[in-house]
Design a protein around this ligand. Structure first.
Ligand code: ADP
Length: 477
């Protein structure tokens, strides 16, 4: 067991017991890290009470004060980066280098939105008919429910908390049951940074569906920000409909990675390593399908296969490991099943392809070639370290395959010709495109998807507006 952890829920500034407790396990060893509170009906209701009671005062706090709290949270998170990163590794399984990168990224949301908190602008103009003035201001939406997944337990929490607090909303954070400790540690950082009682509450229900439904049916909850699967997002959109709760949704992806005939293959392989292997492939932005032009396919597959084959698999806390454990055995078995299905359909294993014997949810870096275009793995979000490669004969074919999905989060394109790349970027049906890059995420840029990958944007100038309502006042002078 790890000492000095926050393991109780946070309600109205107090760390409280809940209705039960449950162990959080290290997925690399199965060892219990801590017993953590499990929230029931009364706790979830108390969290809404607390957020509601704190709402008016927080909305009225000077923006500069909110900004400075967020800035202190940024500094505290960076000062405590190594301990927080180790905690992420313990409960999530990812390697320390990935956890540290996540921590830096997560802290940056506090810095970015500290800067945005004091720049919420409005609008004042004459109506076209000249009969009145149009004054537009922005006000906080109100109590916001923030639901996060286990893959980036710190960054997904700060990406929601930071704009919510900057906008003047109070919050109830519900982390994934697999990774509650990081969320509680971040709430502790915010508390030490000076967030008033009730502005940030954290609950950890395990009877998730009914208890989130309970909160979404409380008329005081006005906003839902969710990151997770499209399947759960769809349920939550329905749940939110009854009280017409405003929603922003970051849902699943099925990112295509296009290597065009003129691509710099070495650069494409480096980009593929990041796009596929960042966070062990457990990212909604992870490259999920590789469409490679026939002219460069042999070279790409050989080099990519060799690089993936060299990835060292081992416990996340061992600095020699390059790929850690997956978050759980069911996740590992799902990935294993997808690989077996593709091989059964005729795919060739170029690297990895088999779960190692022994304890822990490990799966090796895997490359599959000759994957039939109809294989199930190309239509499923793998969420693990597996790269299926399909050879294509033209840009048009690559774009057609890339767009043949209900998802539209991100696409990757490699080409030496920027005009060709930009043209294809326009044709790709996704909210984000990485052009000759393996990663796009940046707190200063709008992150989000189209089609069934989501509604709304996080980060950038858009992010704070997920937590603001426009108010229009009409008057004559
Ligand atoms: P993942 O596949 O990444 O685990 P999920 O969509 O299952 O994605 O989970 C993301 C978040 O949604 C987690 O916090 C999880 O507890 C929560 N969740 C899962 N099912 C529901 C539900 N029916 N209602 C509300 N939240 C849910």
């Amino acid at each position: 067991m790890v000492a000095d952890l926050r393991t109780r829920q946070l309600i109205s500034g107090r760390w409280e017991d809940g209705e039960a407790t449950s162990p959080v396990r290290d997925p690399a060893t199965g060892e219990v890290i801590a017993e953590v509170v499990v929230s029931g009906t009364a706790s979830c209701a108390a969290a809404v009470d607390a957020a509601d009671e704190a709402a008016a005062a927080w909305a009225a706090t000077p923006p500069r004060e909110r900004s400075e709290i967020l800035r202190r949270a940024f500094e505290l998170m960076l000062a405590e980066r190594d301990q927080l990163a180790a905690l992420i590794t313990r409960e999530n399984g990812k390697v320390l280098a990935d956890a540290q990168a996540e921590l830096t990224y997560a802290a940056e949301f506090f810095r970015w939105f500290a800067e945005e908190a004091v720049r919420i602008s409005g609008d004042f103009r004459s109506a076209p008919a000249g009969d009145k003035r149009i004054l537009v201001t922005h006000q906080p939406v109100g109590v916001s429910l923030l639901i996060t997944p286990w893959n980036f337990p710190a960054a997904m929490a700060t990406r929601k908390l930071a704009p919510a607090l900057a906008a003047g909303c109070t919050t109830i954070l519900k982390p994934a049951p697999e990774t509650p400790l990081t969320a509680l540690a971040i709430a502790d950082v915010l508390q030490r940074a000076g967030v008033p009682d009730g502005v940030v509450n954290v609950v950890n229900p395990h009877d998730v569906g009914p208890l989130v439904s309970q909160m979404l049916h409380d008329p005081r909850v006005r906003n839902l920000s969710f990151t997770g699967s499209t399947e759960v997002g769809r349920i939550l959109l329905e749940e939110a409909a009854d009280q017409v709760v405003r929603c922003s949704m970051e849902l699943g992806g099925n990112a295509p990675f296009l290597v065009l005939s003129d691509a710099d293959v070495e650069a494409a392989v480096s980009g593929a390593m990041v796009a596929k292997m960042r966070n062990g492939g457990a990212a909604c932005t992870a490259a999920n399908r590789f469409y490679v032009a026939s002219e460069v396919a042999d070279e790409f597959i050989t080099r990519f296969g060799a690089t993936m084959d060299g990835i060292r698999l081992g416990p996340g806390l061992d600095p020699a490991s390059q790929l850690g454990s997956m978050v759980s055995l069911p996740e590992r078995d799902k990935v294993d099943g997808l690989v077996k299905g593709a091989v059964g359909a005729g795919a060739q294993v170029v690297a990895g392809g088999r779960a190692p014997e022994g304890i822990g949810a490990f799966y090796p870096a895997t490359v599959l070639a000759d994957v039939p275009a109809t294989a199930g793995i190309l239509a499923t979000e793998v969420f693990g370290p597996v790269a299926p490669v399909v050879i294509v004969s033209s840009d048009e074919e690559a774009v057609r395959y890339a767009n043949a999905t209900e998802f539209g989060l991100i696409s990757y394109v490699y080409t030496r010709d920027m005009r060709r790349g930009l043209r294809i970027a326009e044709e790709l049906q996704s909210g984000m495109v990485a052009l000759n890059r393996g990663v796009v995420s940046d707190p200063a840029a709008p992150f989000g998807g189209i089609k069934q990958s989501g509604i709304g944007r996080e980060g950038g100038f858009d992010g704070i507006h997920e937590f603001l309502e426009s108010k229009y006042v009409a008057f004559e002078l």
